[in-house]
Ligand binder design. Structure first.
Ligand SMILES: [Cu+2]
Length: 627
């Protein structure tokens, strides 16, 4: 009897209702460079507990003017300070912290309406993936339940942080809002949910030791199988760590501080770049069906393994920076510090300026300062989730000049720098443009700063251990060349699902070299939780021959392949932009990309591709560090 009751109530929360038919807003009709760049203020703490800075941060739904008026507002999700509606924005306010200063956050899932009833997702949730699945249907759902419309699981991950596993935002540590109408039989918390203190329903307390150097981190939702839609809806923000080493460099500033007067001029500014699409009503537009990708016409789950809603990649046609479409920023003719984050779903950015007097002088990356010295780039490849800390010298410009930040990256999955045939760059009228800098009169505000001649040297760790070999494998829909999904795997076992037993099990304190062989046609931004690694090199290899040999091995014929046997050329050393600690590396197709990391905290973490569609469809595996 109970089982029947659960089933019928679950069905209520799981329907295949389609959104109202609504054409996508023509991106070429959106005026560009008419809205000022929003500059996120720091998130305000709620107090201190001894040395620990405490926050209470909610995820909520609200309206935001992303498109320039008179175009409509957009319903988004974002984080903000509990009880302070004015603090909510997407991307959300920046957590400003210092190394050695621990932070405790009570993360609250407040995705409820004014009556306290749960809010369904803004975007289509595909219930046929390996996903959070609070209703416990399993991913083999009936055709009328492939789109989930129930209460939304959330869990926050601080990307790049040296976190405890209990506070890392493990994908199965999600929790539902404390809504009045959670359907009977629903799990309110995922199987790995943990909290550091009594959080009550709909929340979790996470602690961050901040025992790492200054760097540019970011926080975003990480719920299993729905990270893409939770982040696309807006759940992301910057998380900046500072320390005395960085302070001593004499960099330009200030960055935003709590309580700044309106009109304060900033010379350190985060740039959170995302591609999005919109409907004519201003809503976020996101694919509602797999039929929007490629030429595969079905059948779909449950009649095949092909998810009916999920798409292999998603590309928006509007560039949004700090939550405004194609904004402009008034700049003085002097030195600026920009912390660039590519928070797109699938898009790799190849950034450059319209005037070659403006260049990126890179001082840092994902995990902190570059080693030895800054590196100057005319063009900067920024993969999904990567951060670049750059100085841009605008002193040779004059009041009235304008400079456009442009994007040459393709409007499709990036095939690496040697893609054949070469890929078309982004549409030069839309996604080829990011934002505009408008030069105004110089002031004496802030700290002038200078480009440092040198940066502290950080050593690349070495190890005597054998390398750990891993493979990126694309699986096609049986009997077609339509992509089913891309997966992570090992040489011995081939592609492995998220829930297969952990294979990346590392001894605490060990330093390992990982060799990731990419047999697919696309570059994948591979991200490890907990650690900051150093990229070593990329070794060209014969991916097709390797795949054939591995398939034979998995079919019980021939020997297990050895990567060395398929190498076709000399290793390409780590790029200048990678000469520092990183947590995300672009693994180019046709290469064995090598990086080295020291695994210095025990726990159950994950590693995954940061193309969010890939991550959500099994391109994620456990990373277990055993004491
Ligand atoms: Cu990927």
């Amino acid at each position: 009897m109970l089982a029947i009751g659960v089933a019928s109530l679950s069905t209520l929360a799981c329907t295949n209702v389609s959104p109202p038919a609504s054409a996508t807003l023509d991106a070429t009709r959106i005026p560009q460079f008419v809205q000022p760049l929003p500059i996120p203020a720091p998130m305000e703490p709620t107090g201190r507990d001894g040395d620990v800075v405490e926050y209470r941060i909610e995820a909520r739904q609200f309206e935001q003017q992303i498109l320039p008026p008179p175009l409509p507002t957009t319903t988004v999700w974002g984080y903000g300070r509990e009880g302070d509606p004015s603090s909510f924005h997407s991307p959300s306010r920046t957590i400003e912290a210092r190394s050695g200063e621990p932070v405790r956050v009570t993360w609250i899932n407040a995705l409820v309406d004014d009556d306290g009833d749960f809010l369904p997702h803004l975007l289509p949730v595909d219930a046929t993936l390996h996903w959070a699945d609070p209703g416990g249907h399993g991913h083999h759902v009936d055709a009328d339940a492939v789109r989930y419309t129930g209460p939304v699981p959330t869990v926050t991950h601080v990307h790049g942080a040296h976190s405890f596993d209990h506070s890392d935002g493990h994908p199965e540590a999600w929790f539902l809002p404390d809504a009045r109408d959670i359907p009977e039989g629903f799990r309110r918390r995922g199987p790995t949910y943990r909290t550091q203190g009594d959080a009550g329903e709909g929340a979790a307390v996470f602690e961050y030791p901040h025992d790492e150097p200054a760097t540019t981190l970011w926080y975003h939702d990480h719920s299993l199988g729905m990270t893409r839609v939770n982040v696309y809806a807006g759940l992301a923000g910057m998380w900046i760590l500072r320390d005395d080493v960085e302070d001593a460099l004499g960099l330009p500033g200030p960055a935003p501080r709590i309580g700044d007067a309106e009109g304060t001029r900033y010379f350190e500014i985060p740039l959170v770049i995302q591609d999005r699409s919109f409907t004519n009503e201003g809503a976020l537009a996101y694919p509602t069906s797999r039929t929007e990708f490629g030429d595969y016409d079905g059948p779909y789950a449950p009649d095949s393994d092909v998810p009916p809603i999920w798409n292999p990649e998603v590309f928006g046609d509007v560039m949004v920076v700090n939550g405004a479409a194609w904004p402009y920023l008034e700049v003085e003719p002097r030195l600026y510090r920009f912390r660039i984050l590519n928070a797109s779903d699938s898009r790799t950015l190849i950034l450059h300026f319209s005037d070659d007097r403006a260049r990126f002088v890179q001082i840092g990356g994902d995990g902190g300062l570059l080693s030895e010295a800054p590196v100057t780039h005319e063009e900067l490849v920024v993969g999904p989730a990567e951060r670049y800390d750059v100085l841009v010298d605008l002193s040779r410009f004059a009041e009235g000049d304008t400079i456009t930040l442009l994007n040459r990256g393709p409007d499709e999955a990036w095939g690496g720098p040697h893609a054949m045939p070469p890929q078309d760059p982004a549409d030069p009228t839309t996604t080829g443009r990011v934002m505009q800098l408008r030069v105004i009169a110089r002031s004496d505000a802030g700290t002038e700063g200078a480009v440092p001649d040198t940066l502290p040297v950080s050593e690349v760790p070495t190890t005597a251990l054998a390398p750990r070999d891993l493979v990126l494998i694309e699986e096609d829909v049986e009997g077609t060349d339509a992509p089913l999904h891309v997966m992570l795997g090992t040489l011995e076992e081939g592609a492995l699902m998220w829930d297969a037993p952990a294979t990346e099990v590392v001894q605490l304190g060990d330093t390992e070299v990982w060799r990731v062989a990419n047999t697919t046609d696309d570059a994948h931004p591979i991200h490890l939780h907990l650690v900051q690694f150093r990229v070593l090199d990329r070794i060209p290899f014969d991916a097709d021959a390797f795949s054939t040999a591995q398939e034979r091995w998995l079919d019980g014929e021939g020997a297990q392949p050895v990567l060395e046997d398929f190498v076709t050329g000399a290793a390409i050393p780590a790029l200048p932009q990678e000469r520092g600690p990183k947590d995300t590396v672009m693994v180019w197709p046709g290469t064995i990309t090598r990086f080295v990391a020291t695994f210095d905290r025990a726990g159950e973490y994950v590693w995954h591709c940061h193309i969010l569609e890939h991550e959500d469809n099994d391109m994620m595996r456990p990373l277990v560090i055993t004491p």
